[in-house]
Design a protein around this ligand. Sequence first.
Ligand code: ZN
Length: 145
Amino acid sequence: MTSQEGGSSSASMNPEQKYCMCGKRARMNTSWTYNNPGRRFFTCARPKEATGCHFFEWVDDDFSGRAMAVITHLNHRRLYLEEKLKLVEENLSENDEKRKILQCQVEELTEGRIVMQAENQMLKKQMYFCVCVVVAMVALVLMLK
Ligand SMILES: [Zn+2]
């Protein structure tokens, strides 16, 4: 016996197609409510708010107590992991924003460094000019003596 055949449900893995009161092929969904976790059901494919009917029929029989406990446990585990995944994703996007801000700051600092280098170059030129003027004046004074 394989594990698939081991289920207590009388419904096969692929139940026969049902038709709702609109005459359309009914949509098969899986319930995740507290009382019926993992239990499949047929419902109208069209949304009720629009033109859909209120067709509803269970596919799976009620699960046994043990199966129900396992499914409920797994469902809680899934909700916990989904919550955790959401936190990790939020953290990731937060880090991404921080990285973008840091990148902007690096770009600003690089620009600032280039401006400072240019100013430094200009100041050096001015200093050389001043030294030249002083040397020329000293030479002039010495020549006039
Ligand atoms: Zn319908």
